[in-house]
Design a protein around this ligand. Structure first.
Ligand code: PNW
Length: 607
């Protein structure tokens, strides 16, 4: 079979925004410094340290980040990269990269320790002055360095006090508490910040926090110690008013919990719409863009050489459904003012309903849409353990809808099951991360196909990146032959990592000389270039995750996504650029059109 002619395209446009991304809780440290209040992550990682990375007894070798050493790290981000103290080093690093933009998040509780932003009679806000000084210094220094700030308002670190008062996202009160916080941010930083992202990955906050139970607030209790129950502990009670005024329901018992993720999403979407309304009413003259970032996996119809047209059509239908449940659950209301018809039809009366007033506020409430692109999955109709297809359910509820839409690629299946479809690409260093560069192109096309013309300022990749696989990650055991990949026009060498290759790639040096990650970025960035220059999708910017190794949520410090290496026992947390750092910098120098200004400074070799 002849190889397809290479697609050419050209360079990314001169105004294409690129840079790296970070999040406050993952890098700042200084968790209680200068009056900062606790967020969900501070509270739950302290109270239930077993929630993060398997618990207190796990020790590491710090040089490699692997288990089995004799070192021990607290499983929280009390210190992390100490960016609260060493933020100037972060800016130097971004300058060295030559990136024109930087995406970071502000910690709500550093500004308003109890979460309530209020204005006194004299017009003054009850803001924590030292927290404010931190972000003023950061924003001002970025602007001085000619780096455009993209600011995320909430990257999962909700004020713990709001969770105690009314269940955080379960309470309709969150809508106004967030609106007030956003009002303050617009008012204070609006002269300098022109790109706002209200929320990072609502699906993760709501579904992982309130249903799948892998992230704060771990609503079903600590996963590694079932005897501890955050719902009945002495220092943590959810307040009496939950859900929305319409639902009037207090979830006193567990059976009602499966719908909490839906109500979390509902309140969060309304909160976004209210913040955008505040912006357009009071601050439009500042000329900023207000968007939101959705997450993270793209489902692709399962296809093999002998897939029939009929089967492919069915697989495409299920891939679409999976993407609608993951992405359009949020993007449809923000763009079109209501939940997708495909979801409402399947979830039936379990689905929260927007009032007409809420619909009007939601419609057109994103100026741009951010997407965190990491991974892809084959999708098809759900199958049972013996491999036969499960017919769509006839009852309409959230529980049955979940079964109907669920696709698989061996994840979550019984190990004895002979896995088909095989995984879509090489396993990265996080269980959920499978390298599939085309996901980014397929996904951006999918998004623009559904929303084109209704998102005035286009799309941004607000995160893309990889954790380097290490010896802890099993090599793929799927039987995927070279013929299989060749028929799909793929090179198996790009996908298959045998155990030997992983072992030899992973040694201490590879933490800095990170070949897997370099290849990952090269392959995804090529797809970004084709998406913009061949497909004509209005992708306006791209942010690599992440500037440096940091606290990787429930994986603690064992999983590294950084383009710079950080030793977390080093009191100064020196940032050492990895191979990826210069590779990404050079890629943009070669593939983006620049004006007269020299884009890329010389990058010192890693120390
Ligand atoms: C992102 N998925 O989350 C977060 O925004 C970052 O804070 C985090 O460090 C980074 O990914 C790496 O984990 C994701 O299931 C969560 O595809 C889930 C997915 C992707 C990204």
């Amino acid at each position: 079979q002849p190889a397809a002619a290479p697609e050419q395209g050209g360079k990314l446009p001169a105004d294409f925004a690129w840079g790296t991304a970070t999040a406050a809780y993952q890098i700042e440290g200084g968790w209680n410094a200068d009056g900062r209040g606790p967020s969900l992550w501070d509270y739950f990682s302290h109270r239930y340290p077993n929630n993060v990375n398997g618990g207190k007894n796990v020790t590491y070798d710090f040089k490699t980040g692997l288990g089995g050493g004799s070192d021990y790290l607290e499983h929280n981000a009390d210190e992390a990269d100490l960016s609260y103290y060493y933020w100037k080093n972060d800016i130097d690093l971004i300058k060295k990269l030559g990136a024109p933009s930087y995406r970071f998040s502000m910690s709500w509780t550093r500004l308003f320790p109890d979460g309530h932003a209020r204005r006194a009679a004299d017009g003054k806000w009850n803001v924590n002055p030292k927290g404010l000084k931190y972000y003023d210094s950061l924003v001002n220094a970025l602007i001085e360095a000619d780096i455009t700030p993209f600011v995320t308002m909430v990257h999962w670190d909700l004020p713990m006090n709001l969770h105690s008062e009314y269940g955080g996202w379960l309470g309709y009160q969150m809508q106004d508490d967030f609106k007030n916080y956003a009002h303050f941010l617009f008012e204070h930083f609006g002269d300098r910040v022109k790109h706002w992202i209200t929320f990072n990955e609502p699906w993760v906050s709501c579904f992982l926090g309130f249903q799948i139970n892998s992230k704060a607030p771990w609503r079903y209790g600590p996963p590694n110690n079932a005897t501890e129950d955050p719902l009945s502990g002495p220092s943590y009670e959810i307040g009496p008013t939950q859900y929305t005024p319409e639902s009037k329901v207090l979830p006193a018992n567990r059976p009602q919990q499966p719908l909490e993720a839906l109500w979390c999403s509902h309140n969060l979407l309304n909160a976004h719409a209210k913040a955008q309304q505040v912006y357009r009413t009071h601050f439009a003259a500042q000329n900023a863009l207000v968007g939101l970032t959705v997450d993270g996996e793209m489902s692709v119809p399962w296809q093999e050489p002998n897939t029939t047209a009929e089967q492919l059509a069915s697989n495409t239908h299920y891939a679409d459904l999976a993407n609608i449940f993951r992405i359009s659950w949020y993007a449809d209301p923000l763009v079109y003012g209501d939940y997708p018809p495909e979801i409402k039809e399947r979830v039936g009366s379990d689905m929260p309903v927007f009032t007409e007033e809420q619909k009007a506020l939601l419609k057109g409430s994103v100026d741009f849409l951010g997407w965190n692109a990491y991974t892809g999955h084959w999708a098809e109709q759900a199958r049972s353990a013996n491999g036969s297809y499960i017919p769509p359910s006839t009852t309409k509820s959230y529980a049955t809808a979940q079964v109907d839409i669920w696709h698989d690629n061996c994840r979550g299946r019984d190990a004895s099951y002979n896995c088909l479809p095989p995984r879509i690409g090489a396993q990265g260093g996080s269980s959920w991360l499978i390298k599939y560069p085309k996901a980014i192109r397929v996904g951006l096309n999918w998004l623009w196909n559904r929303y084109s013309g209704n998102i005035p300022h286009g799309l941004y990749i607000t995160e893309n990146g990889a954790s380097q696989p290490n010896a802890k990650v099993a090599a793929p055991n799927d039987t995927v032959t070279a013929d299989f990949w060749a028929a799909l026009g793929e090179n198996p060498a790009d996908y298959l990592y045998g155990p030997d290759e992983i072992e030899s790639e992973f040694n201490v040096t590879s933490l800095v000389d990170d070949t897997f990650r370099q290849k990952f970025f090269a392959d995804y960035l090529e797809q970004v270039r084709l998406t913009v220059t061949v497909d004509g999708i209005p992708l306006k910017g791209y942010f690599a995750w992440s500037l440096m190794d940091n606290f990787e949520w429930e994986d603690g410090y064992t999983t590294r996504f950084g383009m710079s290496y950080v030793n977390f026992t080093d009191p100064e947390r020196v940032r050492h650029p990895k191979g990826t750092f210069s590779a990404v910098s050079s890629w943009f120098a070669a593939n983006k059109a620049y004006g007269s200004k020299a884009p890329i400074p010389t990058i010192a070799s890693p120390s």
